[in-house]
Design a protein around this ligand. Sequence first.
Ligand code: ATP
Length: 435
Amino acid sequence: MPSTDISMDKITSLAKRRGFIFPGSEIYGGLANSWDYGPVGIELKNNIKAHWWKTFVHDRSDIVGLDAALIMNPRVWEASGHVAGFSDPLVECKKCHHRFRADMLPGNACSDCGGKLTAAKQFNLMFKTSIGPAEEEGNKAYLRPETAQGIFVNFKNILDTTRQTIPFGIAQMGKSFRNEITTGNFIFRLREFEQMEIEYFIREKNWKKYFEEWRRAMLAWMETIGLDMQRVHELEVPSDDRAHYSKRTIDFEFDYPFGRKELYGLAYRTDYDLRQHEEYSGANLKYHDPETNEEFIPHVIEPSLGVERTVLALLLSVYREEGEGKEKRVYLKFPPTIAPYKVAVFPLLKNKPALVKKAREIFDDIKKTFVTAWDDRGNIGKRYYYQDEIGTPFCVTIDFDTLEDNAVTVRDRDTMKQERLAVDELKKYLEEKII
Ligand code: ATP
């Protein structure tokens, strides 16, 4: 089955069945659009984030990391323009009272009952909260709607404490919150989600060169994590649709079963944010060039990625169905580095202590290098079936022969081929295939 024919139902049911993603607060009847990551899902999500961090922070010398607070001084959001302008047009149906984002409705009538709509009013998407015991106006604060501002606010701290010179970047990943008017399509549009963002500081004259470098770097990363690149498309965002401070924005879109929609964004944000923060905070946010002694506010290129949209696009990209009837199998063809578990270890039978002991020894050894699953339930066929559905690339079975010849059976997820390998060679074999 071509991966483009996979329905959302197949992905959501697999996600629930195998412990990737559960509906949030389920035993209380759920909470609209809230989702919890299960044991397999959290491994997947962590692998995606770790891969991004390794690629863009650890494997480069020009990008450093940051983890800023979720609740920041509210002045931050005044300076950034979010308090005044981070809003979407809200309309309400006069008949059924359902609410919609006006720019997402296909026509001028309610898409649920055809009723007439109210005039659009701007609805601010920031989640409000209050600090301390009294809910007074002066205690009002916001949950951050993007990770980017934490980076701008710490720009000076990072300049003062690291050895970076321009061009350099600051990376941050973590939760963001938006009180979206309409959510849905599983984990596509959430009110609580994670972002992976970089602000890459440059001289204004070089923006085109670095924009192009980041465009390529983003495409290369998408490919290495296993996204189906046939389904990724670039949209040059026209000036009318861009944020007012952006001189160029590309949306990377993905063909989801519900249509072609945004996956990631790449924006040239000029020097807008640092300039605003300089004005609102009074701090000097200029960069001092150690060689030329020039002082200026750097410009910035921003690759901005959503973690949940990555998870969804990836599940859709790697889902495979093969065979018919009893032969039918489903597997997730994750690249080994992204797969939740790299290896699964099985003792052939659970009730034979010698087999279990040997299997435990092998498990304990492999798990030092790779995240490894253990399974001693049911028969081997069922165990393979389960591991295929969570995308484990290799299964290792310890049987009675192992106790004689110190060899194991290794089964490959994609080819289903099984080979016999000496235990001493196992680690090297897995290292070559996985790393
Ligand atoms: P959209 O047009 O879909 O509302 P956006 O253009 O507002 O998205 P950005 O502000 O550019 O999104 O955010 C950067 C990235 O964060 C997006 O490309 C996406 O991957 C992710 N993202 C934004 N909003 C959400 C959300 N409500 N749920 C999940 N991910 C999101």
